[in-house]
Design a protein around this ligand. Structure first.
Ligand code: FRU
Length: 501
């Protein structure tokens, strides 16, 4: 590791994103809201800052923004690692695990069996429960409760289904190498019955992992509710490495049918642009949604890293963080149902912000520096194209270099360029220019909302219809914000920058 070292003063620790204090984390697990508290569990190595000793770490929050790290919730042992999974509130004690006073929380997780286990090399679904609101957990004596004698059966997401065929628990999990989501049902969370499978379909350039299945009203109309199946894949993401795709369709309590399938997944040559991605950047993976979030909100969190280089990112003593929490909605775009994502409103209260606004900014060819800036900023900007072939912003800059977020109107694309973003040398595949399709609004404008933290940038374009999340490792003094245009001019009719104090 050269250039900027994080070791001395922990310069990359995020202000707005959750990270463990001094250990490794990956996938968010068991996201659940219970009695006023959001619980975030996660894949965690309690003893190091690279992947291993896989256990469920735990953090709690009352506002989604400020998180308190809690003791490890479910620990690995000599026979099993505790891979990803989910948590439900067993309100009516269907599992019989309740203590007669409070509803138990029930976790379904993947037991990844180690060499010392008689089941070595296989993955199966296991259950643990908590009677104290999610702080301490007991593994069930009859684990695993669902076994297919498979090496790649993992990542159960369980939810309560209520529909014409009845009311029961549904689990979606993956057969990762087969690019299949497998669906099971249960009345008691212990006995599971196979219902159906979905896939391969659309992107199959890597293993399928961490699925989720949930309903959303189309354009806010409950009468036109559709189901969204999300599935992460690694590698094979839209700009390389880890990524997440989604399908929109129907779930009848037994099977999911997709309306947005482009290919049957048998060929990897179809255009990645044609698929539907949860995020087009390279650092949004293993995204899943909260169970039981209040007010019917569908809140999602992803792991803000990529398996390509995740173990090498230059942070210390912690490594990896979660994305900001996103609220999902389903909207009609050009006649098609598409996800739209907004950062949860709660981040409005994330600390004392000083706000600067500009209007009618002319962007001539070259760079226009706006102010000294700050390492943590929330930027709202609208652009109108002029004669420039590319225009946009440079964030976390040093006057010449920085991270470029640009629009190429003639290509209908947005790019994020982190080739000169700071420390990129720690891994050969890190420096990259990532792109996504992006169309202008009816009036020809492009609007971006951008969340910049000490080592990340999350872009929400055109009201959250395209999102791009990426890690960056700039020097602490690289806080310059600039507008730029290449090969001509553009304008920024409005720009608002809120800087965290
Ligand atoms: C996804 C994943 C999951 C697995 C976990 C192991 O990032 O590979 O499929 O459960 O990580 O840590």
């Amino acid at each position: 590791m050269t250039a900027i070292s994080a070791h001395e003063d922990d310069i990359f620790r995020p202000a707005l994103h959750y990270t463990a204090k001094n250990t490794w984390l990956n996938d968010p697990n068991g996201l659940v809201y219970h009695e006023g508290i959001y619980h975030l569990y996660y894949q965690n190595n309690p003893f190091g800052n690279v992947w291993g000793n896989v256990s469920w770490g735990h953090a709690t929050s009352v506002d989604l923004v400020n998180w308190d790290e809690q003791p490890v919730a479910i620990a690995c042992d000599a026979e099993e690692d505790i891979f990803s999974g989910s948590i439900v509130i067993d309100q009516y004690n269907t599992s019989g695990l309740g203590n007669g006073q409070t509803a138990p929380l029930v976790a379904m997780y993947t037991s990844a069996y180690k060499d010392s286990s008689a089941r070595r090399g296989t993955q199966a679904q296991s259950l643990a429960w908590s009677s104290d609101g999610g702080y301490t957990w007991t593994k069930h004596h009859s684990n695993p409760v669902l076994d297919r004698n498979s090496a790649d059966f993992r990542d159960p997401k369980v939810f309560r289904y209520d529909g014409p065929p009845g009311s029961y628990w549904v689990m979606v999990a993956v057969e990762a190498n087969d690019h299949k989501v497998v669906i099971y049902s249960s009345d008691n969370l212990r006995d599971w019955h196979y219902l159906s499978s979905f896939g391969p379909a659309n992107a199959t350039g890597g293993v399928w992992e961490c699925p989720d299945l949930f309903p959303l009203p189309l354009d806010g109309d409950e009468e036109r509710t559709k189901w969204i199946l999300t599935v992460n894949l690694n590698p094979g993401g839209p700009n390389g490495g880890s990524g997440g795709q989604y399908f929109v369709g129907h779930f009848d309590g037994v099977a999911f049918t997709s309306e947005t399938t482009v290919t049957d997944g048998s060929s990897e040559t179809a255009e990645l642009d044609a698929y539907h991605w949860l995020d087009w950047g390279r650092d949004y993976y293993a995204a899943v949604s909260f169970n039981n979030a209040p007010d019917g909100r569908r809140l999602m969190v992803g792991w803000m890293n990529n398996w390509q280089y995740g173990a090498a990112i230059p942070t210390w003593p912690w490594r990896s963080s979660m994305s900001l929490v996103r609220e999902m909605s389903l909207v009609t775009d050009q006649g098609q149902p598409r996800l739209s994502q907004q950062v949860a409103d709660e981040y409005r209260n994330c600390g004392s912000m000083s706000v600067n606004t500009w209007s009618g900014l002319a962007i001539d060819e070259g760079m226009r520096h706006l102010h000294p800036g700050a390492p943590v900023e929330i930027i709202d900007v609208t652009f109108l194209p002029g004669s420039a072939e590319e225009f946009g912003l440079i964030i976390r800059g040093n006057g010449t270099d920085g991270t470029r977020i640009g629009i190429r109107p003639s290509e209908n694309r947005i790019i994020t360029d982190r080739t000169s973003s700071g420390n990129t040398e720690f891994h050969e595949s890190f420096a990259s220019i990532d792109t996504a399709p992006l169309r202008p609004a009816r009036d020809g404008s492009y609007s971006l909302k951008i969340f910049v933290d000490h080592c990340s940038v999350e872009v929400f374009a055109q009201d959250g219809q395209v999102t791009m999340t990426g890690l960056i490792f700039p020097g602490p003094d690289s806080t310059c914000l600039s507008l730029y245009a290449k090969g001509g001019t553009a304008t920024a009719p409005s720009l608002k920058v809120a800087r965290l104090g």
